[in-house]
Design a protein around this ligand. Sequence first.
Ligand SMILES: Nc1ncnc2c1ncn2[C@@H]1O[C@H](COP(=O)(O)OP(=O)(O)OP(=O)(O)O)[C@@H](O)[C@H]1O
Length: 748
Amino acid sequence: MSESTAGELAREQKYVAALYERLDVLRERTRGQLDDVLAQGATGTHQNRSERDSFAGMYAQRLARLWAVENSLCFGRLDHADETRLYIGRLGLSDDDQHRLLIDWRAPVAQPFYRATPAAPMGVTRRRHLHTRGRTVTGVDDDLLDLDSLSEEDRASLNGEAALLAALDEKRTGRMRDIVATIQSEQDKIIRSDLNGVLVVQGGPGTGKTVVALHRAAYLLYTYRERLERRGVLIIGPNLTFLRYIEQVLPSLGETDVLLSTVGELYPGLTATRREEPEVAVVKGAARMAEVVARAVRDRQRVPGKPLEIRLDKFTLRLDRQTFDAARSRAMRSRKPHNQARAVFVRHLLNVLTRQAARHLGRGMLDDDDFADLREDIRTEEPVRAALNRLWPYLTPQQLLIGLYTSKERMAAAGLSPREQDLLLREPPRAGESWWSEADVPLLDEAAELLGDIDEGVLRAARRAEEERAERIAYAKEVLELTGMADIMDAERFAERQQADDLYLTTAERAARDRTWAFGHVIVDEAQELSEMAWRTVMRRCPSRSMTIVGDIAQTGTAAGAASWGRMLGPYLQDRWREAGLTVNYRTPAELMAVASQVLELVGPDLKAPESVRQTGERPWALKVDDMAGRLAPVVREEIVEGGRLVVIVPARDAERLGAVIAAEVPGAATGAGPATLDASVAVLSVADAKGLEFDSVIVVEPGRILTESPRGPSDLYVALTRATRRLGVIHTGGLPAVLTGLDERAL
Ligand SMILES: Nc1ncnc2c1ncn2[C@@H]1O[C@H](COP(=O)(O)OP(=O)(O)OP(=O)(O)O)[C@@H](O)[C@H]1O
């Protein structure tokens, strides 16, 4: 290290140490404020109490943010032509006199850190990247933007992409890391794009779509904090392993109140974990299923073609076709959802039945009160109740779909073809069985919209809750009188306070429990995989249509997924969406991308692979074996990366068999989707489960089978070949597909 570099490091160390000191002071101060608020205890008016809660929440969140930024608190410095200097970091810090010590990376003045170039320096002469380990500064890299003002020494140390390349070269840990220190200009434009409207980010593998989407969430929460904290931000990812892979990025940026979810988790209270055949998912994912569900609901409102007799003890009541039709059309005219419209239908029939009963009882003219009493008597007669329930049953979305899938007759009435009926037909659920698949969730959501919330379960629960509330109020009254506090707080408020748990829920937690929650912003990752029906569900969660949609049409694996953004989004947005592209591949080295690009041509001749930012000198290899089950494990053991991670990507149909072989013979191997896979040094995954993830080294098994085993085979193989940050090999028994014949054949 030269003397001047050592001097620079020492100066930066002094500055960074002062920042950490300030951070410690703020942590201590905030901790003190939180303790003070909590120590006030549960006294005072309701208003005092709710103020106290909101202060406590605010201090707790601030404290969490102050703790989250410990690692690389400060990572950059901007020197300006007017000789001012700004340090850039994970959050903003000022001293007690309000002098700015550190600028939050999301603040407008920090933007040149990501955007300035020698051609457009934005008033910046030098951009410095600071590398730290713990609280120690270990190095600096400078980009000198004002080339005229450079000293000879500066010119010699010009080192544009050092920080980025160092970040990309690091071994993978199984968890995605934030990239605040090295965001690139085309990514920054997307991150800081306006909150309003729908932004589609199309980009090839490894271009940073996921990581950019996450930084955008952090940026939006910082810039529009008030609006988004109330309504929340929802991030939708393709599967639970992927969500686990990305879940640490936002907390490391100091943002914790974001809901991460798969489409399968969007229906509260249900876990959709059953895997099903792709053909079934295709039927369930098609837009026309919205009409099928609507017809299934109407089918449950069908009235009999012939009169119905209801025998009571003393006489028999009779409902004829005309009455049914009149009741039904009134219910339809109310335009209410099924469960609410039921009340209209039932009221009409009950009025008719009550008039008949009055005649039977010889009570011609009844006043309103008597009529109401008699109607109530009729309503509670068991045969009447049973008849009304048959005619227009209360239905939950689950009941509707179970009723549909278990009856070919109902499916036919709802408009499904015989082939579709065969695909969808199921036995009713058995206790403890996980019956629902991810593709069912949008259908349940659709049904929930059409049925409305009121069903018997909800009513029962509501009645129970009301009774409990009345009991709590009675108890609270007693307590208040005993303690002499009755005059400062009323019993209802006191009772509510007993239930204060809900007050401590974050926005994300509240939103997760509420199917009808409207989010302030929704981010959809791997968006190409969503079916038409899934989009209906997602759009319902975001009536304001403030969304970021990221994906790659070339990587679509599910047959129900998107072939074009316009076709998928058109029904909701027409052409009111803007598109941004990402063009540089930060993950896959050029040697590997050269192979993947050949496969991309099979996906679509006009598609263009992203440009790799680096080369490693390691060429991908191919190995032919006679006996896959016998040879695979030794090859895998040889490829294990010291301290790094390896994935073996297998055809979906062989996943279980080959997974078992590797799990038995390779120490530390984990098979199948799940969090364990992320932590293992060797993972065995199908393409669908590896989507969105990355590994130091990748072995693709039987690429020929991957290519042919699904209609989206070329996309699947393209995804598999682009998961590696360093090494790639393929292992096969038969011949290699023509597109891979350029690989270096390795000998055993
Ligand atoms: N500016 C950057 N600085 C450092 N690393 C970056 C940068 N941009 C992207 N990366 C890294 O590149 C890798 C790929 O990013 P990411 O997973 O977001 O890409 P993607 O476009 O979502 O890929 P895919 O479509 O294959 O899922 C990640 O390791 C990410 O951290």
